[in-house]
Design a protein around this ligand. Structure first.
Ligand code: UTP
Length: 297
């Protein structure tokens, strides 16, 4: 029997350079899709998958993130006084239970693998999840829940996987496929950001992982890899080299790369159109805009 996954690491210590100048003072994870910050989508997904302990790997300048999860007594009192009970409820949903959330500092942005390693003492000896909040996944059943359900059957390590176009493989960790069972794939290897002609497949790793504590032990010995960073991919690949199972799950859902400007804009449009209170007005606006653009061409 596999052990239940109850801890998740949220690495949020990156520099977010693709969103400068905004990220000079606003953490990327606080940027909003409609009215909810990226981090809230990640937390909700983790909760749905049964996560009870939330570990944030942060860095200098990410104070707004810590404040976001605090209670806001002044604001709550003001909303209560005005009778805005819906908003009050909305706000309360963002509060975290005392002791459920921990913050660890990554003192230098040495890469995703290093960020995960920084949380090692809070994980100790149990399987854990890693969620990258800038990968937002819209799905009927939340992606991490799909993964924990599959993991209960397989054990080992599991990564979320998705086919990407051949000209995009060099932006991702790519799986070398040993056995393709449809939604589940067993990996024979993993390589971070390969050149297009060196990629073992076009099956890319997306920012959701279920990992064994062995991966943390591998990270203890990791040297800098692709891009001079300590790569999580390399530490997972070492598990395969050591004869342990690593699976990719082709999740059901739509993934938005909110770490890139184009992906963030696409997500904004999709999430805006998915909202009952905005759909009609927003769709009318988009239709009008496209008509105007077509007329101008
Ligand atoms: P990215 O590759 O998107 O890097 O990191 P970034 O710094 O956030 O953004 P850009 O590329 O400069 O625009 C993927 C995830 O890994 C975390 C990031 O916070 C993000 O959630 N990360 C990355 C760390 O926590 N520490 C690191 O050293 C690197």
């Amino acid at each position: 029997m596999t052990r239940k996954v109850t801890k998740a690491i949220f690495p949020v210590a990156g520099l977010g350079t693709r969103f400068l100048p905004a990220t000079k003072s606003v953490p990327k994870e606080i940027m909003t899709l409609v009215d909810r910050p990226l981090i809230q989508y990640a937390i909700d997904e983790a909760r749905a998958a049964g996560i009870k302990e939330f570990i944030f790997v942060t860095s200098r300048g990410k104070g707004a993130l810590e404040d976001y999860f605090d209670t806001a007594p002044g604001l709550e009192a003001a909303l209560r006084k005005k009778g805005k009970l819906d908003l009050l409820q909305e706000l309360k949903n963002t509060n975290m239970e005392s002791g459920a959330i921990a913050y660890i500092r990554q003192h230098q942005a040495l890469g995703l693998g290093h960020a995960v390693w920084c949380a090692r003492r809070l994980i100790a000896d149990e399987p854990f999840a890693v969620i990258l909040p800038d990968d937002v996944i819209a799905a009927e059943k939340p992606c991490l829940q799909q993964m924990t359900e599959a993991y209960a059957e397989t054990g080992g390590c599991m990564v979320a996987a998705m086919e990407v176009p051949a000209d995009r493989v060099s932006s991702y960790g790519i799986l070398d496929v040993k056995e393709d069972r449809g939604s589940l794939v067993q990996a024979a290897g993993m390589v971070e950001k390969p050149e297009r002609d060196q990629a073992p497949s076009n099956l890319a790793v997306i920012g959701r992982y279920i990992l064994t504590p062995d991966v943390l032990r591998n990270l203890n010995r990791m040297k800098q890899g692709s891009g001079g960073e300590i790569q999580l991919t390399d530490a997972i690949a070492e598990e395969i080299a050591n004869g342990r199972d690593v699976f990719g799950l082709r999740f059901r859902g739509q993934r938005f790369d909110c770490g890139s400007k184009a992906g963030f804009l696409q997500a904004t449009v999709a999430f805006g159109l998915a909202r009952d209170d905005l759909r009609e007005e927003f769709a009318d606006y988009l239709t009008e805009l496209i008509a105007l653009q077509n007329a101008a061409q």
